[in-house]
Design a protein around this ligand. Structure first.
Ligand code: XMP
Length: 526
């Protein structure tokens, strides 16, 4: 078999909020692709040698001269090009067509009808008189075709909703095939990637794993590798992958910082231990470090959230570094960096969708430790990481676990952290999660957890009035964690959870449910 990266597409980013979606859809068709900003360095495009190029949408307008344009080198490659929204407009404008700003923005569903015959548009199901639903989001539109192009689809709002030059294999669509609102958008992208660009589709979980294993082996040889295993999806998949690639050359360090969820350590040990399929097939060394007291002493007296985050992050680095250097002959540090982190740090500053990541919990670790980096998930999106995890035999409950912040319960106990607060919170949180799983609601919410509020509230126990602390429950629905809304859990369900917490956890007599949206509230309380 040829290398799974050979047949690849290049996605040029003009700053659309949907660019990563384009790449994910192309990958789902079994085709490897990479996202690069439109202002990428000279020479890169020819060297990258893609079989096709997709131009993303973007927030700018080509009716102004200083906005982003398609690098000339893309057209010189002679491979198929598909422009989406802004990508189509810049393609039209640069090849001699015209684009105009319309007074009315077209946003939402639109019905599309085929014009001149086109395999791409036929893939959408728009053939003859049969229309199909697409998703539009644009102000500008192409009003005059460049030479060599024909109109292949039209909507009421956009008479040139799709265009192509069949000779040069250049395509443009005004709508967004990458969003699920476009009924057969994935079929369009698949036709482009697999048929028009002639990629065979060997980007599959099994091949990705095999390729990653070979590359890790080539990279580290007989050296030893250390990995911080947290029980989160990314580090767990790295552990499973490396276990398969290099077996007992890997040592995982699991740091118990006293701010973990109930039974977390046991769960991680069970997921990889000798009892699990993985443990039997792959000898995985896990070193658990009991650093609860060290973390608590560093946190004493701190009540500012950012100070707490820094203390937890720095203590983690200290502990990890100490434990790793106690191991013999470690040359490499493995990390669960994934593709969105890589794209974010390389993104063009032009795009308005550019997001600055604010949470770097263990930044600085690789530099301080002078170890080489092994990052086998660098090319993968989260959904690909999950698929690989399942393929490697990790339990579903771990692979589809909600995100858990690096500082753990440290940002869910408001103000100064006391070990006994963590103990209470752990129990309350476990009841909430347990009930969510039992009621089949866990996978329907994006993130759910309990928060400890050290404020005194009155409760009546027997005949006595007692002042005790409060637990807040938080559950959100979100796609990207940048915006979120409070999950509308059934009232009876919330009541049941509250009753269980009040009855089963001493020192809690009041439970509240947080109904705030993000923004302005954040998902975490600190
Ligand atoms: P917020 O609270 O900012 O959270 O709406 C968005 C997502 O980020 C997670 N989060 C963190 N993750 N370290 C992390 O690794 C942190 O300090 C941190 N703070 C928030 C949060 O759980 C949610 O998924």
């Amino acid at each position: 078999m040829h290398n799974i990266h050979d047949q690849r597409l290049l996605i040029i980013d003009f700053g659309s909020q949907y660019t990563q979606l384009i790449a994910r859809r192309v990958r789902e068709c079994g085709v490897y692709c990479e996202i690069h900003p439109f202002d990428l360095p000279e020479g890169f495009i020819t060297e990258f040698a893609p079989r096709g190029v997709i131009l993303s949408g973007g927030p700018e307008t080509v009716t102004e001269g200083s906005t982003p344009r398609l690098p000339q080198a893309v057209l010189e490659l002679g491979v198929p090009v598909l422009g989406i929204c802004y990508g189509m407009q810049t393609l039209a404008e640069q090849l001699g067509g015209q684009v105009q700003s319309s007074e009315q923005r077209e946003f939402g569903h639109a019905s599309i009808l085929a014009a001149e015959p086109s395999t791409l548009i036929a893939a959408l199901g728009a053939v003859g008189d049969k229309d199909t639903d697409v998703w539009m989001s644009h102000g500008d539109k192409v009003t005059q075709l460049p030479p060599g192009f024909v109109v292949t689809a039209a909507t009421a709002g956009a008479p040139i909703a799709a265009m192509e030059d069949p000779q040069r294999h250049l395509y443009g669509v005004q709508f967004h095939p990458e969003v699920t609102h476009t009924a057969a958008g994935e079929a369009l992208l698949k036709t482009f990637a697999r048929d028009i660009c002639a990629c065979e589709g060997d980007w599959t979980p099994a091949n990705i794993i095999e390729d990653a294993i070979e590359r890790v082996r080539a990279q580290v040889g007989d050296d030893h590798v250390v990995l911080g295993l947290s029980g989160g999806v990314d580090s767990s998949v790295v552990a499973a992958l490396l276990a398969r690639a290099i077996g007992n050359q890997l040592t995982c360090i699991f740091v118990d910082n006293g701010l973990l969820r109930l039974n977390e350590r046991d769960e991680v040990e069970a997921a990889f231990g000798p009892e699990s399929g993985i443990g039997n097939a792959l000898p995985l060394k896990i070193k658990t470090v009991h650093a609860e007291a060290e973390f608590m002493s560093k946190l004493a007296g701190l009540d500012d959230p950012e100070d707490k985050r820094k203390a937890i992050g720095n203590t983690f680095i200290d502990v990890f570094e100490r434990e790793a250097s106690a191991l013999d002959g470690v040359k490499w540090l493995a990390q669960g960096t994934i593709y969105p982190d890589v794209i974010e740090s390389a993104a063009s500053k032009f795009g308005k969708a550019h997001v600055i990541k604010s949470h770097h919990n263990v930044g600085g670790l690789p530099e301080r430790m002078a170890l080489g980096l092994v990052e086998p998930l660098r090319e993968l999106f989260k959904d690909e990481v999950r698929q690989i995890g399942l393929h490697l035999g990790l339990p579903r409950s771990l692979v589809f676990r909600h995100p858990f912040p690096g500082p753990g319960l440290g940002v869910r106990i408001l103000g100064e952290i006391q070990p006994e607060y963590a103990q209470v919170l752990r129990q309350a949180d476990a009841i909430f999660i347990d009930e969510l799983r039992t009621a089949d609601l866990y996978d329907q919410v994006s993130q759910a957890f309990a928060v400890y509020l050290p404020v005194k509230s009155v409760g009546v126990v027997g005949d006595a009035r007692r002042y005790e602390h409060v637990i807040a429950l938080r559950a959100v629905e979100t796609i990207d964690f940048m915006t979120a809304r409070s999950a509308r859990l059934p009232y009876e369900f919330i009541e049941r959870v509250a009753n269980r917490i009040i009855n089963e956890v001493a020192a809690v007599s009041r439970v509240v449910y947080d109904v705030s949206s993000k923004p302005p509230a954040t998902i975490e309380w600190e």
